[in-house]
Ligand binder design. Structure first.
Ligand SMILES: C[S@@+](CC[C@H](N)C(=O)[O-])C[C@H]1O[C@@H](n2cnc3c(N)ncnc32)[C@H](O)[C@@H]1O
Length: 393
């Protein structure tokens, strides 16, 4: 494909992605994968270039653009190589008309940009939020050790005790070390969130919103497979991914429980007041993960944010039934909005006087309210809020 044809194809793909973001349809990744499957004439270089163009254009537009062409013209404002390709050539984009306007830039749609600013996410933080994420690994201490593991490419140590960092795009899933469960792909921020749980061998620990079990596996390793580790979630699909992962990782103390939304306690009744630690890795807007998923900015709206914050409060209240006196509750969101972080935790503490905030010490991060905030700019991790509370009685 010519460079101009790649730009035109990216414009058409962006049209589909914009439409899908508006109707909450398939994500950009799936739309691209399907196009690549159906258009075999596009070779690997074309695919790489188109992917790069599409995601750079998504990153360059704060609000949802009017069209793929407006999005590409916005990218042309920050990348000089693009505009000359609007040359009207065969398969290329038409020349730019005098009255054409580019889509708006910025970090996010205006309402969301305002909330980020209110949460003290300044320009440098916002820029880093739209950068490229590295590929972080956690060495699984049930099977290996960071000090001695040998990998096919060079990896640098991260701030997490078992963390390693690789070039993005490394296909670790093809490595024997991955197939043998010696390494897991996990962002440093996620690894540090697990560290805040301080799960010990022999304890009863509940990973209440376990999803596919990324954090559950780290907790199993911290517990050295000793004690009871319950992984629960309301999403059957996500939870079903945990068993094969646990098998590969050699994690043997995990029990999964599928929860019924609004009746979660039914499947957890026997654990009432039993847990030494409960991790709430709460469903959230994911504003801290835009490096991996920049299109998420176009899918969030005020109604969805309100739904998420009230669900977080409900899950908090649910979790209080599970923690035993003297036990701890760890609240985590991959969001940089105070509504889903410091404010949510503060509101929880004022609703539940039997809990008090406990200091969390992590190698990176800065205090935010009664917890810690990690950001891509400051800490090189995804954005996270992490806080811990102890139950007195
Ligand atoms: C941030 S994700 C969890 C990611 C996971 N802990 C990991 O490390 O891979 C939040 C999860 O909360 C789950 N969830 C939503 N509502 C819930 C509820 N009422 N009770 C428990 N889990 C819930 C979602 O299905 C989703 O899997």
């Amino acid at each position: 494909m010519t460079p101009a044809a790649r730009v035109q194809t990216s414009i058409e793909l962006l049209d589909a992605i914009i439409e899908s973001a508006r109707s909450k349809g398939a994500p950009a990744d799936r739309i691209l994968a399907e196009w690549f499957r159906n258009n075999r004439f596009a070779g690997s270089k074309d695919r790489r270039a188109i992917r790069e163009l599409v995601f750079s254009a998504i990153r360059a537009c704060g609000p949802v653009p009017e069209s793929g062409r407006a999005a590409m013209l916005r990218l042309a404002e920050v990348d000089d190589s693009i505009l000359p390709l609007f040359d009207g050539s065969n398969y290329g984009p038409d020349s730019v008309r005098d009255d054409e306007v580019a889509a708006d830039g910025g970090v996010a749609p205006e309402w969301l940009a305002r909330l980020l600013e209110k949460s003290d996410i300044g320009e440098a933080e916002a820029d880093a939020l739209l950068g490229r994420a590295p590929l972080d690994l956690r060495v699984n201490t049930l099977k290996a050790d960071r000090a001695t593991i040998s990998l096919p490419t060079e990896a640098v140590k991260t701030d997490a005790p078992h963390g390693l960092r690789l070039e993005p795009g490394t296909h670790v899933e093809q490595w024997p070390e991955w197939r043998e469960g010696k390494i897991e792909v996990q962002d440093t921020g996620s690894q540090l969130a697990c560290l805040a749980v301080d799960a010990q061998p022999g304890e009863t620990v509940i990973d209440l919103c376990a999803g596919g079990g990324g954090k559950t596996l780290a907790l199993a390793a911290a517990m050295d497979n000793l004690g009871k580790l319950v992984a629960s979630d309301t999403d059957r699909n996500r939870l079903s991914r945990l068993a094969p992962r646990a098998e590969r990782a050699g994690a043997t103390n995990i029990e999964t429980r599928l929860l019924d939304p609004k009746r979660e306690m039914e499947a957890l009744a026997d654990l009432g007041g039993q847990a030494d630690a409960v991790l709430i890795d709460a469903p959230c807007s994911g504003t801290g993960t835009w490096r991996r998923n920049p299109e998420a900015r176009w899918r969030l709206d005020e109604g969805e944010l309100a739904r998420l914050t009230s669900l977080q409060a409900e899950i908090f209240d649910l979790a209080t039934n599970l923690v035993k006196p003297g036990g701890r509750l760890v609240f985590v969101t991959c969001s940089l909005l105070d509504e889903e972080g410091a404010d949510q935790f503060e509101a929880f503490l004022s609703r539940h006087q039997e809990f008090s905030a406990q200091e969390v010490t992590l190698p990176v991060g800065r205090p935010r309210g009664n917890g810690i905030r990690l950001t891509p700019y400051h800490d090189g991790t995804d954005g996270f809020f992490i806080a811990r509370a102890a139950r007195s009685c």
